[in-house]
Design a protein around this ligand. Structure first.
Ligand SMILES: C[S@@+](CC[C@H](N)C(=O)[O-])C[C@H]1O[C@@H](n2cnc3c(N)ncnc32)[C@H](O)[C@@H]1O
Length: 285
């Protein structure tokens, strides 16, 4: 299977064709079966059909994922149907996957100044992240999705400090035996806001490039040479891989989304090339 390509095929057929155990990281977001207006894919299966399909995806992925690999599955529900991600996770469990980490993708968060601790020099409450609140008196807007980190045996070592964060209380550094530098585990709540898009959105359900980037770096760049996204959409995972210098394989059945992915990939490569050229000119001066 050709690398660094978004293949125009059904991911189940694609994964069968791939060599066994080749992939180090799978990071993906499948359709959630919530009636999203995709350009060709019909997001309105019955629940039973959908869950069974997700089970097939889990089964096929076991063939391509290496024994030391990570599968980061991003999936959310709706305020009315919060069980969707849990039902899908249960299917992965039935196929033999171990849920090694349950990560919460936080899209928006509000923090009152009174809860900011030593950061309280900030003069106001803050609310960061974009969303258009749900029009309902029963439900809160869903500002969160899951990133289930599945592995085959539950014993994959991560490069947690690669995506670590500074200590808030610096006095812990040195006082706590394990705190040797000003960097600690980010924890399982990952704040990743959507990128602001002013013009018409080309795809109804993308994740920010920051999401696959964090997943791949968490698994460990030194242990990752190939990433797979079975539901590549408009190429966010491919962009993350290009920025990180890692090979990818993607599947996407919709040719219009594939065309946008290819355009984004071309633009990203051009940008990186021109940055490298500028750097060389700067070093030559
Ligand atoms: C939630 S979107 C993924 C978006 C992607 N993460 C991004 O940021 O662009 C799911 C995608 O899966 C595609 N899709 C649906 N069924 C598929 C299948 N059987 N094989 C491959 N792609 C499929 C849809 O066309 C849609 O673009």
């Amino acid at each position: 299977m050709k690398r660094n390509t978004v293949h125009g095929m059904d991911c189940l057929d694609g994964m069968v064709e791939m060599e066994a155990g080749l992939v180090d990281v799978i990071v993906t977001s499948p359709p959630y079966n919530i009636g999203k207006a995709y350009s060709t894919y019909d997001d309105t299966l019955t629940r039973a059909e959908y869950i069974s399909w997700m089970g097939d995806v889990a089964g096929a992925s076991l063939h391509v994922l290496s024994d030391r690999g990570s599968f980061f599955l991003n999936i959310g529900g709706t305020p009315k149907d919060p069980w969707i991600p849990i039902d899908v996770a249960m299917e992965f469990r039935k196929k033999g996957y171990i849920l090694q980490n349950m990560i919460h993708w936080i899209k928006s968060i509000a923090i009152p100044q009174s809860d900011m601790g030593s950061y309280a020099s900030n003069t106001c409450d803050i609310a960061v992240g974009h969303y258009k609140p749900v029009n309902s008196r029963r439900f809160h807007h869903d500002c969160h999705e899951f990133i289930f980190h599945f592995t085959k045996k539950g014993d994959v070592l991560l490069d947690k400090l690669a995506i670590g964060v500074p200590y808030q209380d610096k006095s812990n550094i040195g006082r706590w035996k394990q705190a040797k530098e000003d960097r600690r585990d980010r924890g399982n709540t990952w704040f990743i806001p959507y990128e602001t898009i002013q013009e018409k959105r080309p795809h109804p359900a993308v994740f920010p490039v920051g999401l696959p980037t964090l997943c791949i770096r968490d698994h460990g760049l030194d242990r990752c040479s190939l990433v797979l996204d079975p539901f590549m959409g408009i190429g966010s995972t491919a962009i993350a891989c290009i920025r990180l210098g890692i090979d990818y394989i993607g599947f996407e059945i919709d040719s219009s989304y594939r065309a946008i992915a290819e355009e984004r990939i071309r633009d990203e490569k051009t940008l990186i090339q021109s940055k490298k050229q500028q750097l060389r000119l700067f070093e030559d001066e």
